[in-house]
Design a protein around this ligand. Structure first.
Ligand code: ADP
Length: 454
């Protein structure tokens, strides 16, 4: 039972109720007893005072023999006796039934005791010794405690009924409230159980929920949003990848079909094979990029950090791409000073090479590519500017999405649309960011910003 929330709440409630009611019962019983006995004591003191006065005027003691003191065993008694125990006078309530109060060895100061008196009644007795004209006497006045005790008993009885009643009402409340809240969790479980890969758009209802359950539903719905978009991206990735691979495959197939139709001259075969090689190079480039993206998705980047000079690897990348640039009379310039940074050399080289490659690819013949490197104490900026076709404002974010290519670029050159998404991932894995300034026809400037650790 204690393994359920309901059980724990009920056990806790029982414990606190028992402690609270127990403490209240003990405290109030004690207080009630104190109040009653102190009023009984006041009465006994005034009784003793009265008896002492009446005793000095001998024949008027009968004045005390009225009311309850005159009824047999009424529980209201007085008694005056000698030190030897001989009774001088006693209330009719004792005398009629020939009962007596046990004599308490009192002295000049009044003494209060509780005894079992005649009729087995619990009595509160005040005894005091007096030196009178008739010699030394002990005057005792007694009042029954049965009524006060009965009152306390009744009070405890009421508590004994109140305790289980309040407990039962509270437990019923707990069962109803937790039952309602937990039934929400049951329906959560059912809703979650119904979600399969075909129903990833389903969400938990957040309106009308208990405030404590809202974060759970919100967190779950957020997780589903991420899962759904991840599934969608994967589906999109698969269809884009197949689509991109289909073009070079059908180019290869078409060339093979044409060339095999009849016997050809050797130069025809060479030309066909060159076209086939170009298509397979494109395929292999796409497959390499797809593999890189897939690896990135499953494991993220595993960076191999080392210290190297950024200006040197920019130089390496430019040297590698220079022949391609020369083919189209594009001039590449590099500005900046040597700077040693700690990063993954291979990945930073790959990112810079791809950026410069794009700056050549989407440039006009005879254009320029400027690589500018500068830094402050905290950051390193590398910007690659070109004088090419430029990119419209509304496409500045989209070009970093996988497989996205602008319509303008499609007509100009081939590509898989994966380069920028990989560059962005590399830069972000290093804790950096990539920015773009560009407008159509006015060239583009991509800036990589990397943090510099001390
Ligand atoms: P790819 O170049 O293989 O198509 P990228 O991811 O490198 O893939 O680039 C995505 C798209 O961004 C390109 O297709 C092109 O439309 C646009 N783009 C990238 N770099 C430039 C650039 N320097 N100038 C103009 N457009 C660019």
């Amino acid at each position: 039972m204690l393994s359920s929330i309901k059980g724990k709440l009920i056990a806790w409630l029982f414990l606190t109720f028992s402690l609270l009611f127990g403490a209240v019962a003990v405290y109030l019983s004690h207080e009630i007893k104190e109040i009653i006995t102190s009023s009984v004591d006041d009465h006994l003191y005034s009784q003793i005072g009265l008896l002492k006065e009446l005793l000095s005027e001998d024949d008027e003691i009968s004045e005390a023999e009225i009311g309850k003191h005159s009824l047999p065993l009424s529980g209201h008694y007085y008694q005056i006796s000698t030190l030897d125990g001989d009774i001088i006078v006693r209330s009719p309530s004792l005398a009629i039934v020939d009962a007596r109060l046990p004599i308490v060895k009192a002295d000049d100061t009044p003494r209060l005791t509780e005894i079992t008196g005649p009729g087995k009644n619990r009595l509160r007795v005040l005894s005091q010794r007096f030196n009178t004209e008739k010699g030394i006497v002990i005057i005792q006045a007694a009042e029954t405690l049965e009524e006060p005790y009965a009152l306390i008993g009744e009070f405890r009885g009421t508590l004994l009924i109140l305790f289980p009643m309040t407990f039962i009402i509270s437990v019923a409340g707990i069962i109803i409230i937790t039952g309602k809240a937990l039934s929400r969790l049951d329906s959560f479980s059912e809703d979650v159980g119904d979600i399969t890969e075909k129903h990833l758009d389903r969400r938990l209802e957040e309106s009308g929920l208990e405030i404590e359950l809202v974060p759970l539903a919100t967190a779950f719905n957020g997780m589903m949003d991420r899962l759904e978009s991840s599934f969608e991206r994967q589906g999109q990735f698969l269809s884009d990848a197949s689509h991109d691979l289909r073009t070079p495959t059908s180019v290869i197939k078409t060339h093979c079909d044409i060339i095999l139709k009849k016997e050809r001259e050797p130069e025809d075969y060479i030309e066909a094979l060159q076209k086939i090689r170009k298509s397979s190079e494109r395929m292999s480039d796409i497959i390499a990029r797809i593999l890189e993206v897939a690896r990135l998705d499953s494991k993220g980047f595993c960076l191999e950090m080392s210290d190297f000079d950024v200006l040197a690897i920019i130089g390496d990348a430019v040297n590698m791409l220079e022949p391609k640039a020369k083919e189209r009379d594009i001039k590449i310039t590099v500005r900046g000073e040597s700077l040693i940074i700690s990063a993954d050399r291979e990945k930073i080289f790959e990112a810079l090479t791809d950026l410069i490659k794009n700056a050549i690819k989407y440039n006009k013949d005879g254009g320029t590519v400027d690589v500018l490197m500068n830094n402050n104490e905290k950051e390193l900026n590398i910007s690659v500017s070109d004088s090419g076709i430029g990119i419209a404002e509304e496409e500045h974010t989209k070009i970093f999405h996988r497989f996205y290519r602008t319509d303008t670029s499609r007509g100009i050159t081939e590509g898989a649309g994966l380069g920028l998404s990989i560059i962005k991932a590399i830069v972000e894995a290093h804790g950096g960011r990539i920015g773009l300034k560009s407008s159509p026809g006015e060239g583009s400037c991509f800036t990589i910003t990397l943090p510099l650790s001390s």
